[in-house]
Design a protein around this ligand. Structure first.
Ligand SMILES: [Zn+2]
Ligand SMILES: [Zn+2]
Length: 328
């Protein structure tokens, strides 16, 4: 069964050729030298709002990842690579981002649930929180109150932003309102509510399976590589979309935010780094708009549509008006 598509809930952003929206005063950027004004520090960036447990967990998992260098095994590396492909391109890029946030294609309930589970295993957030945060970003990108603009600071956009209690995201009612279509999809709220259980089960299962097969060394290897190191790699690959892709790279579209197309972020995220294209046309399933813009996440969606599993794949609508040298 193909899930019905609810009405578009995201706030439209100014696009190439479209009039600038009511989000004034938006400073239009011109070309590579464009610099946005420094944004004020968000009100919720205070020690009272600091989420100590999240920070402790983040540091702890980085430390467990370092342990992996003392527990290398080829099977541990293979598990890490397989889990990376399941969680980052399938879970976060195709599932959380292109399907659940932007509804750039339609798919059966079983596939949206698999995508939601795969994204949850990336341990960035549950599907509802992830979508809510990303919709807030699109509605005010690089302007207050964008939840993670690098124009507050690089580290704020990279990871500090989620170490602080943001009432728009951590308040369940607010969060559910921002992503009410995701809440309405079968199984997604259950994944959100089970987020911590699922996150803690993964290292236990990996250690247990490795221990059964080859003892403590292999258990540690599968856990440190398949869980901690793989998580750290997936985190920073994704976090660079929020930080690097709003600072460094080229622009195909002269739009009001500072989004950039960045090839090295695209490489590690299977196509998410073409972020200026994405901000210009958020509902397009394709993030690569030019022939050399490598976008395997989109190729996979196209392959699924060829065999009839997904439908109504949205294509870029702005390429014909692309400004190859934005600002010139
Ligand atoms: Zn962005
Ligand atoms: Zn997006």
């Amino acid at each position: 069964m193909i899930e019905a598509q609810p009405a578009q809930a995201t706030t439209p952003i100014a696009r190439l050729g479209a009039p600038e929206t009511a989000k004034a005063p938006a400073k239009k950027l011109t070309g590579k030298s464009a610099v946005l004004e420094q944004l004020e520090t968000p009100e919720h960036q205070s020690w009272k709002q600091f989420r100590f447990m999240i920070a402790f967990g983040l540091l702890g998992i980085h430390a467990v990842g370092v342990l992996g260098f003392w527990y290398f095994s080829w099977s541990g590396l293979a598990i890490a690579l397989a889990m990376y492909v399941i969680t980052i391109p399938l879970g976060v890029s195709i599932g959380f981002h292109r399907l659940l946030t932007h509804r750039s294609f339609e798919c059966p309930t079983w596939l949206s649930w698999i995508c939601g589970l795969s994204g949850t295993l990336a341990m960035q957030a549950g599907p509802v929180t992830w979508v809510a945060a990303h919709r807030l970003h699109h509605s005010d990108a690089d302007r207050q109150p964008d939840p993670h603009s690098p124009f507050v600071s690089f580290m704020w956009s990279h990871l500090f932003w989620f170490l602080f209690w943001d009432p728009r995201l951590q308040d369940v009612e607010n969060r559910n309102r921002l992503a009410k279509d995701v809440v309405a999809r079968p199984g997604q709220l259950a994944l959100e509510d089970s987020y911590w259980w699922i996150s803690l089960l993964v290292p236990a299962v990996l250690f247990g399976a490795g221990w059964l097969v080859g003892g403590t060394y292999l258990g540690m290897s599968w856990m440190t590589w398949g869980w901690a190191l793989r998580l750290v790699a997936g985190w920073h690959a994704t976090f660079f979309v929020n930080s690097a892709c709003h600072l460094w790279g080229y622009r195909n579209y002269d739009i009001v935010d500072n989004s950039r197309n960045n090839w090295w972020v695209a490489l590690s995220t299977f196509g998410e780094g073409w972020h200026n294209n994405h901000h210009a046309d958020p509902s397009s399933a394709a993030h690569g708009h030019r022939w050399f813009e490598y976008d395997p996440a989109f190729w996979f969606i196209v392959a699924l549509s060829k065999v009839g599993i997904v439908k109504n794949v949205r294509r870029p609508s702005h390429t014909e008006r692309m400004n190859h040298a934005a600002g010139e």
